[in-house]
Design a protein around this ligand. Sequence first.
Ligand code: AKG
Ligand code: FE2
Length: 309
Amino acid sequence: MTTTEFHPTLTAAEEALLPSDEDVRCYAEHGWYLSKKLLTDEEVDALTAAADRYYGGERDRRLPVRPPKLAYWEPANGPVQRHNDYVHHEHDGLAAILRKPLIGAVAARLAQADEIRIFQSTLIYKPPISGEPSNIVPWHFDKHYWASSSSEKMLTAFIPFHDCGEEMGTITMVDGSHRWQEIGADDTVVRHFADRDRDQLEEMLAENAAYNGAEIRKIPMVIPKGHVSFHHCRTYHGSGANVSGRPRQAVSLHLQDGDNAWREYPLSDGTLAAYNHDVLVRRTHEGRPDYADPEYCPVIWRDRAQQGG
Ligand SMILES: O=C(O)CCC(=O)C(=O)O
Ligand SMILES: [Fe+2]
């Protein structure tokens, strides 16, 4: 699909589901936003059915190479938390719902951007095993993983396939933490987070908060079916055990604004920050990974003034 062919529009009913000016102000202040009902029950049920088929092995296409840090659960991995990246690329049934323009339009308003593209989509499944350690998502913010992206406006839409409350281990935000200054360089923090146990992670979060003279206020997002939780790329978040007796299923839809591009970002060990896209996407005319490659990073929203053609 070329730039000039894509003219997403919203119905009047969908327009009413956009965040208000006050919602946008609140997002800027708090770093998260719980949407109205953006997906119908039929659309959410279609996600569940498509995910079942995906887990059964259905694919419409496959990645041509395996990127270095790909999350890709397979049945042989057993009853641990499942993460599968690039589902918007590999599975058209999932993509059909994830590309809904309304999701992009909400993101565009929150990020105050003209265009929204998919950056990544991760299909998530927390098995209903209350003591399963892999179900715990440690405190992190998504920009930690996106150092090779130039944008500070990127954001994530967390889309559960059912009502998602605390007993399921729903996503939990650290209120206002996107405005904190970090202790140390981004990449050293990433490594710390990966290597540390839960108590140490709590301590790191506390140290970061203290450095900023901030209180830690944790907000578990209680998300009704069809609603979507959005968070800024610097908002700390994590999640806990699934003690509900039912699987907790979701897609984490990572979104980029139209201006986002690959940037050269040296890490403390002397290497450059990289993202899985870098071995997949086409090159720009300067020879850089193109984070606007429609094959992997499709546009899902473009404001009318930007639509041209
Ligand atoms: O599954 C979760 O609770 C957290 C997912 C996550 O880290 C995200 O959506 O960015
Ligand atoms: Fe995250």
